[in-house]
Write a protein that binds this ligand. Structure first.
Ligand code: FMN
Ligand SMILES: CCCCCCC(=O)C(=O)O
Length: 402
């Protein structure tokens, strides 16, 4: 993209974000773990899936509305939880929440937000629906409440965890997304070399009594010694419970009426255990390639999770979604909706709340266009997400270079 060109794709916004953000923030947001194989695989795996279009099918009406956990949303796209959003823009998580609420799209707030969960809920309460008019048949009903879930990290100190859960319920969050792929933090090299949460920001859901010191900067114990871990990883090792097991899902269910979703499942076996533990949803996620490097791309893992869940819970996906056609492929393979992580941060860096809306609208528009150009399996009626089936996909042959 030329420096002055109008950004027209998520990758344009990515470049603009890189130019605008501090090195510290950019590296933290962009990094994956170790060799970043899984980070790259998330996107590459989408490009190996082809769409088989049907033609002459009257695609004049395309409807992308759906619902998650019984709540209506305008399209199957939401904001994945990402920590420390105020490094991207002063309005941080409040801006993301307002953008999602105005578009009637779901947002998952990170436990490690730089604005408190109560302030985020307040900022996004009663947000008017996005002023950009939609064709009448796509208008979202004004009585539809924004969907806001709280992402939970389970602290060793269960009183801290319980307090977070109670506060999320009291503030109106309608589900808990429990992250299960982070008993310890993956090694992100840039953060090990140097990461510092700017001194004017804090992990706003905690005070020091809750979560120990908030020093999440890279520790240098002496000038002669190189850091072996990022301050983030040290914080996680100190605070987060690595003994977490499926039994703890039962404990969480016993302390809250909120539906529970597990975030970070990649196998049929775990998907089945999740359903047996009573969860309402499963997010197929590898944490955007930031945890165990070398695991499958999420779109590759999706089919086996969908098959194992077999309709007993909702299945969502995040990781590498950069085009409307990626969403189409995820829906075809059984995802109810998708979530995006880094692109929300690029939108924030670009222009706060408006920037996040721009990103979400771009993806929504690309999805609608993709659906129209892909045609549909049946001849009558409006094309909906239910019309997108696995039969509309094929797979590019993998040509080995070895
Ligand atoms: C900067 C950053 C911070 C993140 N923080 C969290 C977090 O606090 N909790 C969590 O469950 N996942 C976190 N994630 C993972 C995202 O929720 C999501 O799984 C991932 O970003 C999806 O991949 P994508 O960035 O390619 O869309 C984070 C991801 C990024 C990039
Ligand atoms: C506050 C300590 C750890 C932040 C890590 C958040 C996260 O999940 C990430 O991927 O980064």
């Amino acid at each position: 993209m030329a420096a002055t060109g109008t950004p027209v794709s998520l990758s344009d916004f990515e470049k603009l974000a890189e130019a605008r953000l501090s090195r510290n923030a950019w590296d933290y947001y962009a990094s994956g773990a170790d060799d970043m194989l899984t980070l790259r695989a998330n996107q590459r795996a989408f490009s190996r899936i082809r769409i088989k279009p049907r033609v002459l099918r009257d695609v004049s009406a395309v409807d992308v509305r759906t619902n998650v956990l019984g709540q209506a949303i305008a399209s199957p796209i939401g904001a994945a939880p990402s920590a420390m959003q105020r490094m991207a823009h002063p309005d941080g998580e409040e801006a993301s929440a307002r953008a999602c609420a105005s578009m009637r799209l779901p947002m998952i707030l990170s436990s490690w937000s730089t604005t408190s969960l109560e302030d985020v809920a307040k900022a996004a309460a009663n947000v008017p629906k996005d002023s950009v008019p939609a064709p009448a048949q796509f208008q979202v009903r004004p009585d539809i409440k924004p969907v806001r879930w709280f992402q939970l990290y389970v602290y060793k100190d269960r009183a801290v965890t319980r307090r977070l859960v109670e506060r999320a319920a009291a503030a109106g969050y309608t589900a808990l997304a429990v992250t299960v792929d982070t008993p310890l933090l993956g090694r992100r090299h840039a953060d090990i070399r140097q990461f510092k949460l700017p001194s004017y920001l804090r992990l706003a859901n905690f005070d020091d009594a809750d979560s120990g010191k908030q020093n999440v900067g890279t520790p240098h114990t002496s000038s002669a010694e190189e850091p072996r871990d990022s301050g983030l990883a040290v914080y996680v090792a100190e605070q987060i419970d690595p003994t977490l097991s499926w039994n703890d899902i039962a404990w969480l269910r016993s302390i809250t009426h909120l539906p529970i979703i597990v975030k970070g499942v990649l196998t049929a076996e775990d998907a089945d255990l999740a359903v047996k533990a009573g969860v309402s949803g499963v997010i197929v996620s590898n944490h955007g390639g930031r945890q165990l490097d070398g695991v499958a791309a999420t779109i590759e893992a999706l089919p086996e999770v969908v098959e194992a869940v077999a309709g007993r819970a909702e299945v969502y996906l995040d990781g590498g979604i950069r085009r409307g056609s990626d969403i189409f492929k995820a829906i075809a393979l059984g995802a109810r909706s998708v979530f995006i992580g880094r692109p929300i941060l690029w939108g924030l860096a670009y222009n706060g709340e408006v920037g996040v809306r721009t990103i979400l609208r771009l993806l929504e528009d690309e999805l609608k266009l993709c659906m129209a150009l892909a045609g549909k399996s049946f001849d009558i009626g409006c094309q909906t997400l239910e019309d997108i089936t696995p039969g509309m996909l094929s797979y590019a042959a993998v040509v080995s270079r070895l």
